[in-house]
Design a protein. Structure first.
Length: 150
């Protein structure tokens, strides 16, 4: 008689595991679909490019840019100090650069910079007010890098 009472409980446990596996599988399918979803068309066909007066550092990979803007790389390959300039967090160009080029949200980038400051392990990029100001500051500062709209 006791085995008959345990059977419905066992059946419920199997159903619970089955539903849990179905949920996990559906979550992976939806996540994969969102990752490979085509990017929506944009009204403006402008592209974002890293901007440096140094001609030898114009071809940087995404990983290079991530290391530079996340503060993990502080020197150019020839050993000269690297100066990084960015626009304010709320600037549309900064938001696009963070998402499209670096692959992170601006708040994630800000979090990394704040952690560097509070832990004493680095210096965050210098913030400039406008795109024009960024161009002039980068031209005036040796070994500087930022980003512009092209």
């Amino acid at each position: 008689m006791t085995s008959l009472r345990l059977f419905p409980v066992f059946k419920l446990q199997i159903q619970g595991i089955f539903y849990m596996h179905m949920f996990v599988a559906a979550w992976f399918v939806v996540s994969a679909a969102l990752i490979f979803w085509p990017e929506p068309a944009r009204a403006d066909n402008t592209t974002l490019v890293p901007y440096s007066v140094s001609k030898q550092y114009t071809h940087l990979t995404r990983d290079d840019l991530r290391e530079i803007f996340f503060g993990r790389r502080t020197r150019w390959p020839d050993g000269t100090p690297l100066r990084v300039f960015v626009l304010p967090d709320h600037d549309p160009l900064h938001i696009r650069f963070s998402k499209e080029v670096l692959g992170v949200y601006p708040y994630q980038l800000r979090s990394v910079w704040d952690r560097m400051v509070y832990s004493g392990t680095g210096v965050p990029p210098t913030m400039v007010e406008s795109l024009e100001k960024m161009k002039t500051v980068i031209k005036e500062t040796p070994d500087a890098i930022g980003y512009i709209e092209k």
